[in-house]
Design a protein around this ligand. Sequence first.
Ligand code: SF4
Ligand code: SF4
Length: 111
Amino acid sequence: MTYVVVENCIKCKYMDCVEVCPVDCFYEGENMLVIHPDECIDCGVCEPECPAEAIKPDTESGLEKWLGINAEYAKSWPNISVKKEAPGDSKEWDGKPGKAELFSPVAGTGD
Ligand code: SF4
Ligand code: SF4
């Protein structure tokens, strides 16, 4: 089992999650974060910290696509363990439907 970052993280990136992870298994893309499924120890601490409710346990159904994205991009995106300033328009994007189309495969800058 692992926890998975899903669609609503796109263009939110509040990053409250990264500071609480005991094993630093978040990785940063240009407009969202992912969790490395082989590094996550399933502690669940990050889930309630995400104000966008964008972190889910992989035991929830329908997350296959996002689990694949987390697993794939955690291999190449840089690690992030320190919270940065969220983009200025984060709140406007929170909860907007159809954000999956805006997913960017471009790596973020990491710590
Ligand atoms: S707190 Fe939630 S929305 Fe923000 S970066 Fe972490 S997973 Fe994404
Ligand atoms: S469940 Fe725990 S180990 Fe996994 S990403 Fe969240 S805080 Fe890190």
